[in-house]
Design a protein around this ligand. Sequence first.
Ligand SMILES: NC(=O)c1ccc[n+]([C@@H]2O[C@H](COP(=O)([O-])OP(=O)(O)OC[C@H]3O[C@@H](n4cnc5c(N)ncnc54)[C@H](O)[C@@H]3O)[C@@H](O)[C@H]2O)c1
Length: 325
Amino acid sequence: MKNILILGSEGFLGSVLVPYILKNNNYNVIGIDKCFFGKNNKNTKNFKFYKKDYNQLSSKFFEKFDYIIDLVNISNDPASELNQKFTYLTNFSNKVKLYKKIKNLSKLSRYIYMSSCSVYGNNKKLINEKSLPKPISLYSKLCLKYENYLKSENKIPFTIMRLGTLYGWSPRMRYDIAINKIIRDMVFLKKIEILGGTQLRFFCYNLFACKVINKLINEKSKKKNSKIFNVGNFNTNIVQLSKKILSLTKIKGVNVFHETNTIDKRSYEVSTKSSKRLIKNLNFSKFTNNSIIETFIKIKKDKFPFSDNKITLSIYKKYLKNHKV
Ligand SMILES: NC(=O)c1ccc[n+]([C@@H]2O[C@H](COP(=O)([O-])OP(=O)(O)OC[C@H]3O[C@@H](n4cnc5c(N)ncnc54)[C@H](O)[C@@H]3O)[C@@H](O)[C@H]2O)c1
């Protein structure tokens, strides 16, 4: 039976990934999380959770794992600017320390690192993995820095997933990501504010990311080792996205406020070729439409859609106010 370690198991992606892996495989899954956003997965026969900073784990702890999936990052631009030292530690230097602990493990089949397509910054051409990254924010600069570190060391089999902006329901809900926020505001405030709106973005349904990760931990071939994949299911700009959400969900009476000036400098469109090769036989357009409707149905039932706990920036602000880094 394979042993899978998930670092950051209780976060937005982790809280849907753990049940997804358990449902689709018979593996032992261990979750580690410092619980900035609470504990969101239930312990079951095949899932054990330790509330811990993963930096406190010794090299010995990692020996038994076949796969390590690393979801730890301060993964929001404003939150990563709060305290640059803390972000540098979390998103880069502590990861290098982790790498040093696991680099000689013979059992490890693959280390999977969740990076971001925001490393492409502002790019007018259709992007693929060979396109030149031009990261703008500290978050995306550190994603790229760690990717480069992994590539330069290349001692353990690794795969880098550059995710599009995530969306979807999760037990650790995030409303600081575009689609979730737009749907929340349409449902509960009957309004949306579009800033700029022509910026192109690549989006990734959280369950699509789970499909890809599940594929990677079940892959026998070593072909995907030392590779980078852009992962997501569709591209659009924010104006078109709002129209798409309105037409799919049929929410009535929404006021749209459009401010054409924006400070958001990122704009990129990413080829879905790699994602289509990774997940074959999926009708991407139908999957995308269904994913938006599924997200809307879940958000509609949220009893606390404006809870501070659902905004990454608020949680890290509170943490940094009370902890010296
Ligand atoms: N959310 C997005 O739109 C998006 C887009 C592209 C890439 N990604 C990447 O996907 C991954 C997951 O993102 P997410 O949205 O689930 O983020 P998240 O913030 O919801 O989850 C990260 C988890 O890591 C935990 N954590 C932080 N420091 C820790 C430590 N030292 N030890 C143990 N646990 C620790 C946090 O408590 C949190 O539960 C990240 O690597 C992120 O960069 C996310």
